[in-house]
Design a protein around this ligand. Sequence first.
Ligand SMILES: [Zn+2]
Length: 245
Amino acid sequence: MGENYENIERLRRVLRDANSIVAFCGSDMVKTSGYADIESDDVFYDIEERYHASTTELYSSRCLNTRPEKFFDFYRNEVIGEQQISAGYYALAELERRGKIRSIITKDVHGIPQKAGCQRVIEPLGNIYKNECPKCKRQYGIEYIRNGDKVPRCESCNTAIRPGIVLPGEMIPNHIMTAMVDAISRADVLLLLGMTEVFYELEKMIQYYKQDKLIYIRKTPMEPNRRVNIFINDSVEAVLPQAII
Ligand SMILES: [Zn+2]
């Protein structure tokens, strides 16, 4: 209680005085929103058993290109899912209504921040709703992928449709990288929310933050890090709503 309580008080003061917050939403915010984390150990074994391949093999551009039926089977059943919005996202939306948010950078590909009411969202890994034919660039929504053929194909040119997400190992588009660097270098507060994974592209971004209000909130403990100004060892949904009251 003690240490976290004090840190939440500090966080409350920081948020009250902030007017250009950049928040990163890591994979713990996705899990607490009701998604199975396809990178976690229990899910990993379950998937291997059901698909006779690992998540790493299935969720890859290689699988998409060489075994698209298998890729789309996995994508439909494990990636496109039912969604719940955790309290942490509503707290971000409230901060945005108060004019305090510059950008919300999310690892999520399901548009969860937007469903909670956030508008200033950057999605470096794309999203599942905007899909495109790689050849003629015709656009397709989620339903076309969800209900379409085993391998959904373009109605104009019959090319397999490309889901609108960045798969592991693929490059984040340049204009998105630029938008993130721009946002972070102008941020007065940097909130790292539920980030547990190694997420190189985003972690590299932290170097562009030059102020002294780098705040980490996550449930798993972490090594002391001199760069971090406040660390709160609890879940985002427990901490953030309290800190904005
Ligand atoms: Zn096409």
